[in-house]
Design a protein around this ligand. Structure first.
Ligand SMILES: *[C@@H]1O[C@H](CO)[C@@H](O)[C@H](O)[C@H]1NC(C)=O
Ligand SMILES: *[C@@H]1O[C@H](CO)[C@@H](O)[C@H](O)[C@H]1NC(C)=O
Ligand SMILES: *[C@@H]1O[C@H](CO)[C@@H](O)[C@H](O)[C@H]1NC(C)=O
Ligand SMILES: *[C@@H]1O[C@H](CO)[C@@H](O)[C@H](O)[C@H]1NC(C)=O
Length: 371
């Protein structure tokens, strides 16, 4: 009897595990393509525009050439064979004919450009002089992760490296959101710097990630353990932090407390693996670049020529209490992967939608009717 009960229990556990895995991987999903305007590839960008940050004047600072230690070895091999370099590009929404232009980087002693692998990016605007501070998550494999701080020189179109920030608390980090100079939130995405263990971490949904806060001298973890938190973005009034929790397919909305700790105020579930977030310039709408069919995105990571669908979601916010207006969420863009594979970020600026991807195209859609 006991044996039978144990067997039934084990069977139920296996069915549950297989069921949740199939659901998370999206093996059963199919969607239909729609573009919100005329969309085209910005050829000058080259492969991979994983994240970007758009300033109020319409300058998008874009990270290109993503690679990180916990990525599949075939991904890293592809990177090496194709000699893909870590770069920061700039795209001006007010001068689209110029395309995406690579910024010169003036390195300082702690930044080795040969090992520069940029990931998440956050810009602190200097609206008077345009000398923005640009913070970038870097994976200088085999060295541990660091946040690189640059000052943008608009006259020379150059990024001057100022310093590298690192800590033992930073594991495989992903994205950051800067609050003020040298104060930011950053996500620990993977615990292990090894692909196999990272797959185990995802499959068994281990909460080994989290959000860290940097106060200018040290890091503190400010959330409980999370399951592969990815993109982060602050609200315009800096009172709320939005965090995409990839394995859970959720956005967590946190209220910032006086001591910079975070209090969870809302959890919104999706049927998509959410990558990076971006806020509209008026602060009323969030955009998310996502991987709607997870197993196809994983296939693309493992074998980059394989296509995977792309999706941009639009989330109207209640700016009074920071919450996402759940029943007003819309899908702004869906593509099977022909135009753009593996979308990781999207944002609308003045009726143009810019979409970046893990290691595929940078796309712009014009005449977009957003909020
Ligand atoms: C690196 O940047 C810091 C801050 O701007 C500066 O004090 C230092 O002299 C720089 N070092 C080099 C080698 O440029
Ligand atoms: C900054 O954070 C570190 C690490 O938690 C802590 O030791 C230090 O006291 C903090 N500094 C300030 C000014 O809060
Ligand atoms: C926004 O939040 C405020 C404060 O909680 C609430 O009074 C208001 O009804 C909300 N608006 C919407 C559209 O949900
Ligand atoms: C927005 O785009 C329109 C036409 O594309 C242009 O005339 C206008 O100047 C742009 N506005 C800004 C703020 O860039």
């Amino acid at each position: 009897m006991l044996k039978k009960a144990m067997l039934v229990g084990l069977l139920a556990a296996i069915v549950y595990f297989v069921g949740t895995t199939v659901k998370m991987m999206g093996l059963h999903l199919h969607y239909y393509k729609h573009h919100p305007g005329t969309c085209r590839v910005i050829e000058t960008a080259g492969p991979g525009s994983e994240d970007f940050h758009v300033t109020s004047a319409g300058l998008a600072f874009i990270t290109s050439g993503l690679a990180f230690a916990s990525a599949p070895s075939s991904f890293l091999e592809f990177h090496k064979i194709n000699n893909i370099k870590g770069r920061i590009l700039i795209y001006n929404f007010r001068n689209p004919k110029k395309g995406a232009v690579e910024l010169k980087i003036k390195p300082n002693e702690t930044l080795d450009l040969a090992k520069f692998k940029p990931h998440g990016i956050s810009v602190l605007e200097d609206k008077a002089k345009g000398e923005h501070l640009v913070y970038v998550v870097n994976h200088p494999i085999p060295e541990p992760d660091a946040v690189e701080k640059f000052r943008y020189n608009p006259k020379t179109n150059e990024l001057v490296h100022l310093k590298s920030i690192t800590s033992k608390l930073m594991k495989i980090t992903n994205d950051l959101a800067v609050l003020e100079e040298d104060k930011f939130y950053i996500t620990n995405f993977n615990y292990f710097n090894n692909h196999f263990l990272t797959v185990v971490e995802g499959l068994f949904q281990l909460p080994l990630g989290g959000v860290l806060y940097y106060n200018g001298t040290g890091f503190t973890q400010v959330t409980p353990g999370l399951k592969q938190p990815n993109g982060v973005f602050l609200s315009k009034d800096l009172r709320y932090l939005y965090v995409n929790v990839m394995v859970e397919q959720q956005v967590h909305v946190y209220k910032r407390e006086k001591d910079n700790s975070l209090a969870l105020v809302q959890v919104v579930s999706f049927h998509s693996s959410l990558d990076n977030l971006h806020l509209s310039q008026d602060g009323k709408t969030l955009y998310i670049g996502a991987h709607p069919i997870a197993f196809k995105a994983m296939g693309h990571m493992a074998d980059p020529p394989l296509r995977a669908p792309s999706q941009v979601l639009q989330l109207p916010l209640n700016v009074t209490n920071g919450e996402i207006l759940m029943d007003q969420i819309t899908e702004l863009f869906y593509d099977h992967g022909d135009l753009i594979t593996g979308s990781s970020v999207g944002a609308v600026y003045n009726n143009s939608l810019l979409i970046g991807s893990l290691m595929d195209a940078l796309v712009v859609c014009n005449s977009v009717r957003a909020t």
